[in-house]
Structures are given as structure tokens and as C-alpha cells.
Write a protein that binds this ligand. Structure first.
Ligand code: PEP
Ligand code: MN
Length: 339
């Protein structure tokens, strides 16, 4: 059960209510930024009747609460004037890893030319082998920032470890939480306390429930700016890197108010499959795409096989243009304040 407070409710009043709940055997969690208190096991609102500073009460029957469609109907926010959310679509593209000044500036110039607003690129990379290229670290973040500034792009980059939070937050516009960290609960809680949107990828083995509960971890800290990203799940079949779950897009939309984008690059692992799955995801209702591209895919230091060449990416953009009536959402709409 969620109790929503009237404006100007004091922390003293809330503490009194929490004490009462504790005395009758119920834990409660105050989420100050959202003006509410979560009382997970309370089923009968009668025990809250005497607290007249409660504005309304909601009973949500799913394990995830704040990420649920019952909690709210939609999530929309903006990142440096570009709208993101349930009513919009955004394209994020860039290399798997930031590799060099030349590579990242070439990519940024190309994105700018194609009117793309978001650049991705890992500076700290999660690699299966410790002997693989693991990113340029802070130097990579600096290169991203310089290229993004020159070409008016917003930065999406992965946070690998909580010890890097301040550094990564300083250089990014959206913090990516990768598949391997989706269940890093302590990290998720900390991300709830910051003022930066979170791109929350699906864990490679995560059930939908677990993924939405991960979003609740972030939201319960007070951060509501979350974008979910389907990136495929592991299966028994080595024929493709992952199984790209396109059906999860409308499924999530039937359960949650959070925007969901698709990453067909990791979802398939193969450049030749990426455009098809990108288009399928957009027609299935995705709020955007994250696509790995590289000026010279065969030379990429990570995920070379799935990187689209610039030509292939431009062909995908042209196809998406023809699919606009089916996509039916403004792509990378600019935020304008009504005067
Ligand atoms: C990535 O985006 O480069 C990445 C490592 O993705 P994932 O966490 O989905 O594997
Ligand atoms: Mn990658």
C-alpha cells in the first residue's frame, strides 16, 4: 500500500504515523522526494484513517510498486531540451567502447550530420575476459565529453561500479546500468539519490518482475527518470549472442509507466540482424533504440561483429523514416516551453 501525503505534511507527522505502523507490526518506507510512504504489507487502510495529512491511498498488487502502471500512467522528462518518455522515441548510437580521439570525433560528426541527439560509448567496459580491451577510463569520458560538446550531443555511458559514480555522473547526461549490474541492488539504491536519468538494461537472465523491481530500487530512492532497455536474454542456443525479446516491449508497456527502448546490437550480436530487429522493435512500440556503430566495424576493439557501419546505420534511418506512420511517436522531439 502507498500513502500519498498532502503538501506541507511535516516529517514529524510522518514519523508519528510510521511509529504507529511499527507498533501494529508494519514496516514502512518514507520516500520524501515523491511525497509518499510505502507500507508493503498493509492491506487494510483503516489503520491509517486517523492521519488526516494523508491525501490518498493506493493498493498495488504487484511486487514492484513504483514502476507499475497503477502508480502512474506515464513518465516523460527531458535531457538538455530533448524529450524522453512514454510519448516519445529517441535514438542513441555510438561505438561499444570509446577507443580513440579520431574514432569518437568521427562518430560524433556523423551522428550530428544525421540529426541524432545522443551518443553512446563505454569508457569502463564490462568484459568477459580480463585480457580484453576494457576501455580508456577517464580519458575515454573526457574524449566523449569533448566530442559531445563540439557536436551538440548528449552522452550515455555505463557506470560499472559505485566507486566511479561521481566521475561518470560528471561526464554523462544519462547513466547506463548494464546487464551485469541490473541486480546490483546497493548500486541501484544509490542511483535513486542522484539527479541524473538512468538507462536500466535488462539483466541477461532477468525476469520481467526482477527488472521492474530493479527499477523500483532506483525509484524508491526518489529518482523517477528511468529508461528501460531490452538487450536480449541468454538462451541455450549458441546460434545467436542473445535472444532479443521484442514481445517484452508491449508487455512492459502493459505493466509499467516507464519508457522502454531496444538494443538490437547486444540483443542479436550480429550486424546483419540489427536493422531488422531495430525496425521490429520500433513498430512494436519501443520508445527508441540504442545501436552500436563504428567508423570501421571490423577494427572495433569490442563487439566488432555487431557494430553497424555508418552506411548501414544511414540505411536503417531511411527505413525508419518510411515506418514513421507505424511508429507514431515523435523521434528526438525538441522540448519547447509553451509561452
Ligand atoms: C554495452 O552497451 O556496451 C553493454 C556492455 O551492454 P550490456 O550491458 O547490455 O551487455
Ligand atoms: Mn557493446
Amino acid at each position: 500500500m502507498i500513502a500519498f501525503f498532502k503538501p506541507n505534511t511535516s516529517t514529524f507527522q510522518i514519523a508519528e504515523m510510521q511509529l504507529h505502523l511499527k507498533q501494529i507490526g508494519f514496516e514502512s518506507y518514507q520516500i520524501q522526494k515523491l511525497g509518499l510512504c510505502m507500507i508493503p504489507n498493509l492491506k487494510n487502510p483503516a489503520s491509517l484513517e486517523s492521519f488526516n495529512f494523508i491525501e490518498s491511498i493506493k493498493q498495488i498488487d504487484t511486487p514492484y510498486q513504483l514502476a507499475s502502471l497503477e502508480f502512474k500512467k506515464e513518465t516523460n522528462f527531458s535531457v538538455k531540451d530533448v524529450q524522453i518518455g512514454t510519448n516519445f522515441a529517441n535514438i542513441i548510437a555510438g561505438p561499444c567502447s570509446v577507443e580513440s580521439e579520431e574514432q569518437i570525433f568521427e562518430t560524433a560528426a556523423f551522428l550530428h550530420k544525421n540529426n541524432i541527439k545522443f551518443i553512446r560509448g563505454g569508457a569502463y567496459k564490462p568484459r568477459t575476459s580480463p585480457y580484453s580491451f576494457r576501455g580508456l577510463g577517464k580519458d575515454g569520458l573526457k574524449l566523449l565529453a569533448e566530442a559531445a560538446k563540439k557536436y551538440e550531443l548528449r552522452i550515455v555511458t555505463e557506470l560499472m561500479d559505485l566507486s566511479l559514480l561521481d566521475e561518470v555522473a560528471a561526464y554523462s547526461d544519462i547513466i547506463q546500468i548494464g546487464s551485469r549490474n541490473m541486480a546490483n541492488f546497493y548500486m541501484l539504491s544509490e542511483l535513486g539519490k542522484i539527479n541524473k536519468p538512468i538507462l536500466l538494461k535488462r539483466g541477461m537472465q532477468a525476469k520481467v518482475n526482477e527488472w521492474l523491481l530493479a527499477a523500483d530500487y532506483v525509484m524508491s530512492g526518489g529518482n523517477e527518470e528511468i529508461i528501460l532497455c531490452e538487450r536480449g536474454i541468454r538462451s541455450f542456443d549458441p546460434a545467436s549472442r542473445n535472444v532479443m525479446d521484442v514481445a517484452v516491449i508491449p508487455l512492459i508497456q502493459s505493466l509499467s509507466h516507464l519508457p522502454i527502448i531496444a538494443d538490437p546490437s547486444h540483443g542479436t550480436g550480429d550486424a546483419f540482424l540489427v536493422p531488422t530487429l531495430a525496425k521490429a522493435s520500433m513498430v512494436a512500440g519501443a520508445n527508441g533504440l540504442m545501436i552500436e556503430i563504428h567508423p570501421n566495424p571490423s577494427k572495433a576493439l569490442s563487439d566488432a561483429r555487431q557494430a553497424l557501419s555508418f552506411d548501414a546505420f544511414e540505411a536503417l534511418l531511411a527505413d525508419l523514416e518510411t515506418l514513421k506512420p507505424a511508429i507514431n511517436k515523435p523521434i528526438d522531439a525538441t522540448y519547447s516551453v509553451a509561452i
